[in-house]
Design a protein around this ligand. Sequence first.
Ligand SMILES: [Zn+2]
Length: 698
Amino acid sequence: MNYFLATGNLRSPSGLNLMQQAGLSVVADKLNFFRYISHFRCVHRGAFFTEMRTTTVRKLRPEAWGFLCPVHTPDGTPCGLMNHLAAQCSIQNEPSDTSGMKDVLLRLGVIPLDSPLILSGKDYYSVVLDGCIMGYIHFERAELFTDTLRAFKTLQQEKVPRTLEICLVPKSDYASQFPGVYLFSNVARMIRPVINLSHDAVEMISTFEQVYLNICVTASEAHEGITTHEEINEQTMLSVIASLTPYSDFNQSPRNMYQCQMGKQTLGTPLHAYRFRADNKLYRLQTPQSAMVRPAVYDDYNMDEYPIGTNAVVAVISYTGYDMEDAMVINKSSFERGFGHGSVHKTESVFCISGNENNEIEGLDVDGLPYIGRLLHQGDIYYSYVNLQTGDTKVIYYKNEESAYIEQIKLLGDDDGKMELQKIAIVLRIPRNPIIGDKFSSRHGQKGICSMMWPVEDMPFTETGMTPDIIFNPHGFPSRMTIGMMIESMAGKSAASHGLCHDATPFTFSEEEPAIDHFGLMLTKAGYNYYGTERLYSGTDGRELEVDIFFGIVYYQRLRHMVSDKFQVRSTGPVDVLTHQPVKGRKKAGGVRFGEMERDALIAHGTPFLLHDRLFNCSDKSLAKMCVECKSLLSPVLEKPKNISGMLFNNQNKWTCSLCKKTEPVQVIAVPYVFQVLVAEMAAMGLKVVLDAKSDIC
Ligand SMILES: [Zn+2]
């Protein structure tokens, strides 16, 4: 079981008839509350379906409405296969008590199996409870029977379980599910609450019966005599995370999906017990704020305890050119005041037996451990220990490139708690304040990277002297159609000026009462423009800008993708043993692949020298000997030196062609090293490679 939970791999000879043996468990990542909760509300159809060519499995079906969120699914390969439960949806965990059911069914007119009556099967539905036939009911009585049973269930009468699924599949002339009355009380069913209109009470329904019920979303949609149920509110179809997107009904749908992805990658407040945790990696936002514009569920989930962003003053203006293509300019002073500051907590577990009793190692305590609060740079003394066999003291140096502070040191016992001082956990705190290249996003799928920390004195300013924290390029709006972000900007501005918190629950505004009127009038009352714009002055020369600029407050999230984890540089470095080409991978200080498409681009640009530099000089340039007479790369061999001085001094080495036994035609040429490998490999296959080289070009 430990192995299964740790790896997600199933070790079973039979395979338990499952369609996959690996990936059955997922680490509950505590990056923030969003990510943590969504791990527990996630439903994955399985790896098998990802390879399926049809899209039918990915579609949202009527029976899934209200149970699975239509918004909260990733884009790309797992789209529609990895779903999340709607916020109101729950799973039946324990079997219901159905001991009184038989009695109830009989009293409602079900004819038992052992009845002496002779029934004509044509006119009767069978009544099935959890797969067992309980009896039969006549076609004409079936509807009344299910309605009464549903009333008992809804009103909690006659010991009918509250989560009983009651479904009458009527007989019809067209192809349909097998007719009958089906009752389910067993576990592993998704259940959700709706309002039963005939009793005006909340009823728990499940997926199978939902298709046979008539559920309206709002009261205005109800049809007299047809509609039986009503949704509790319009947001019940959304998952926990999707319902936390403000004004999501104003956005283009994919943007809401992106926000569901990005909310889960945001730095925030994953927990409060930092002092007692020893997670491998924990991110922390140093200066989080409570969102001023938030859906009502934000408070239901107590999100203020786990905030994930900052209210930022955003000006929608193309100002410096540094805000092109989704980049954003951040006010340098806002950054210095703490905007987006964060840190990473890393825990390293070391075996350690003290080794600095006489204080001879500088910078370490007597127990051989570093002082708490000390700043470590690469190459600094980290800790020391004594080798019990030899009695020698060994000093360990800090290897990481990033400097870190010693946050905490914990002495741990063994796993059973019987022995003390078996391990030592050192918690390192790595400051990760925003730098150019770090990723931010609003709650509307509008992500961008910081392209510049712009000095506040050069930022545009309003008539009251305010400068924006973030400059957002207006070209981000037309194609993305995130109207929700515009409304959030206006709502945030009016919230800040009136000292309010605005409810951003989706579907609260309508055509008759538009959001712009609501917030526009509030802004007018506070002395601002109705449309949320403001007159701005250029930060460089103080002149008034010709157009009014959309200026408001938007809640911004800092995403965990940071350049410090991603940047890759290399001048020269490790190469592959076989090909002598640079290795790949950031960790190994490798190179970035310059592929065929990149090659095409350089050819198209007419820059052959750059192409030559990338693919040859900076890659696997090598000098090879070849014989120009027999045109072979393999025939030159190094002559055995005559004496020891010939061995030591390379310039006295003599290369002779082993075929024509001459020294003169052997020339040095520059070829890619892989080419030498290719020639050698082809020779091994019995193929000769002839190079048409002349001696004067070498
Ligand atoms: Zn030769």
